[in-house]
Design a binder for this molecule. Structure first.
Ligand code: DAH
Length: 324
């Protein structure tokens, strides 16, 4: 009888793992209506000569149970403490939770880099409006009626005389109308054309450059662009000038850079400012000369970062943007 109860108690005790469990177990065995008390009450049924022996057994069992419960309670207390400690524990050697910092868009990075390069060469950064009139965008730049950029198929018009600028070149005109030479400016900004494929976006970015002084030569132009290419793409970068045509320069050139792994790549248009353009802004072409250039910022960002589809720039996939 005692053995059975004892075995039952210890098997139940072994299942106990919380304060609540052990309390319930204590009440079940040691409470006023508990198992041990029940045994105590049975003493009346025991023959008198065996009562002493019986009482001794019950007391021993009671003591054993009390002892076991006390030990278990201490064990549980320790365990809870341990758990609480583990919850509070901080590993100060772990790296901190890094906040993700924003950064410039790859196009904006190149834009800023260009500004830094030309500012360090003595150029001033100026800006012009995105909405232009046809005179600043075309006529003053000696761009005739038949020029394809003037066509509605190629440009975004508001009315006959206003459009989203198709290049940053009108900023040349605005600058020369405001300032007397000599001058050296660049003008980065958004430009707009009706184009959309892997290498063309309807909204993209150009950086215009204009240098006006006395006796400016193609040599000055070449030196400047070579210096730019070397700072942008690396110290030993070669450039070459190929003859081309723009209405606002004479002579005109396409300028290529040689990039390892790519070969010769066209990065900009340039030339000596056409005397007609000087006349349109009231500069005397006999006295003043200059060069101008225009380059695609997105295109240079693509080359520099090895991006093959310009549309990546406007998807705003942060995984893509974060990698630059
Ligand atoms: N405006 C030209 C374009 O959008 C780029 C350009 C070429 C600008 C030659 C210039 C220049 O200032 O001299 O294609």
């Amino acid at each position: 009888m005692f053995e059975d109860l004892k075995n039952q108690f210890f098997s139940e005790l072994s299942q106990v793992s919380s304060n609540e469990d052990i309390n319930n177990l204590r009440i079940k065995y040691l409470g006023k209506k508990g198992e041990v008390q029940k045994l105590m009450k049975k003493i009346k049924e025991i023959p008198p000569e065996q009562r002493k022996e019986y009482g001794k057994h019950v007391n021993e069992l009671k003591k054993e149970i009390e002892e076991a419960i006390k030990n278990k309670m201490e064990e549980i207390k320790k365990l809870e403490k341990q758990k609480a400690f583990e919850r509070m524990w901080v590993d100060v050697t772990l790296p901190g939770a890094r906040r993700k910092l924003g950064h410039n868009h790859p196009v904006m990075k190149i834009w800023r880099e260009m500004e830094d390069i030309f500012v360090s060469l003595g150029y001033e950064v100026v800006e012009g409006p995105d909405i232009e009139d046809t005179w600043h965008n075309f006529d003053a730049l000696n761009t005739p009626e038949w020029h394809p950029a003037r066509d509605e198929h190629d440009s975004f018009y508001f009315d006959d005389n206003h459009l989203l600028r198709t290049h940053t070149s009108p900023v040349q005109i605005r600058t020369m109308l405001k300032k007397k030479p000599p001058l050296a400016i660049i003008s980065p900004g958004r430009v707009y054309r009706r184009d959309y494929d892997a290498t063309h976006l309807p909204v993209f970015h150009q950086c215009e450059g204009l240098y006006v002084d006395k006796r400016v030569t193609v040599g000055h132009l070449k030196f400047t662009l070579e210096e730019f290419a070397r700072r942008m793409f690396g110290e030993n970068t070669e450039i070459r000038l190929r003859p081309s045509f723009f209405p606002f320069t004479e002579p005109s050139f396409e300028v290529d850079v040689y990039l390892e792994g790519y070969g010769w790549l066209e990065i900009l248009g340039a030339g000596m400012v056409d005397p007609e353009v000087f006349k349109n802004v009231g500069y005397d072409p006999e006295e003043w000369s200059g060069f101008a250039f225009g380059m695609g910022i997105d295109r240079i960002a693509m080359l520099k970062y090895g991006i093959t589809d310009i549309r990546e720039f406007i998807k705003n996939d942060v995984r893509f943007l974060r990698s630059y």
